[in-house]
Design a binder for this molecule. Sequence first.
Ligand SMILES: NC(=O)c1ccc[n+]([C@@H]2O[C@H](COP(=O)([O-])OP(=O)(O)OC[C@H]3O[C@@H](n4cnc5c(N)ncnc54)[C@H](OP(=O)(O)O)[C@@H]3O)[C@@H](O)[C@H]2O)c1
Length: 279
Amino acid sequence: MSTMVPPIPMYRMNNGLDIPAFGLGMYRLQDGPEAETAVRHALSFGYRLFDSASLYGNERSLGRVIREGSVPRSEVFVTTKVWNSDHGYEPALRAFDQSLQSLNLDYIDLYLIHWPVERKRLDTWRALETILEDGRCRSIGVSNYMVHHLEELFENSEVVPAVNQIELHPWNYLSRRATVELCRQKGVLVEAYSPLAKGRMLNNRRLGEVASSYGRTPAQILIRWGLQHGFIEIPKSSNAERIRENASVFDFELSVDYMEALDALDKSLATGWDPTGKP
Ligand SMILES: NC(=O)c1ccc[n+]([C@@H]2O[C@H](COP(=O)([O-])OP(=O)(O)OC[C@H]3O[C@@H](n4cnc5c(N)ncnc54)[C@H](OP(=O)(O)O)[C@@H]3O)[C@@H](O)[C@H]2O)c1
């Protein structure tokens, strides 16, 4: 199996720190050999960002492989998230301690609110601001925040989130553009989760035509589309070949016409919980 893809570009966050434009999604990578093997493969192919969460139950495996040291800790970007059951100021502080302990690392690069739990999310954000101050976390952000969640946060907090992680692919981009635009205006980087729409749309005819015309796979086209929109892309795979395939997207560019053709596939698809319109 061939080795590394070219170095992955970085984006600059609103706090001056860099984040890789691409990484490995870790949802449904089972703690233990499956997650460890995937992370090892990803590191060997040049991945430097890993997107975990306390919910995913695989922080232990992620930390273990990073501590093996094949890549210096300073070159790896670790994201994890506070789950819904741990919202509120004190519970979120405890959840962070637990995640750091599970990872068994000195610090986390990015800690996200996984979901905007009603009534508690502002207290949770205050906990993240505290965690940021004490240095064990370099950046803080949110996930599944739509326009009204973001506006509430901007009005009631000191720190602007570094990142907002939301589901984004051609089948929902236009309907989520207001959220993307607001993030841009406020300097919040947009991270696209389920960038492959969980694999459900890979047989789409239009996508297949674009893939054929570039001699690429449908998954590579979707990831490239997201990168060209300026999103951080975090496709998940447990398979070494696909982990490499997904990262091999930095040596071609989609034309404006093809970008627009893909944008036009929008049908407000949410492959998981949909935060649109949720209080
Ligand atoms: N913040 C949130 O609420 C939230 C929600 C969902 C996801 N996320 C994050 O975003 C990450 C990615 O999203 P996701 O896991 O939902 O879905 P995804 O990355 O869109 O798709 C993953 C699926 O596609 C398959 N796949 C991967 N590469 C492929 C390829 N090259 N060709 C064909 N199939 C391929 C995978 O199977 P194999 O494993 O067998 O390759 C898996 O079934 C998650 O892992 C997680 O880190 C966050």
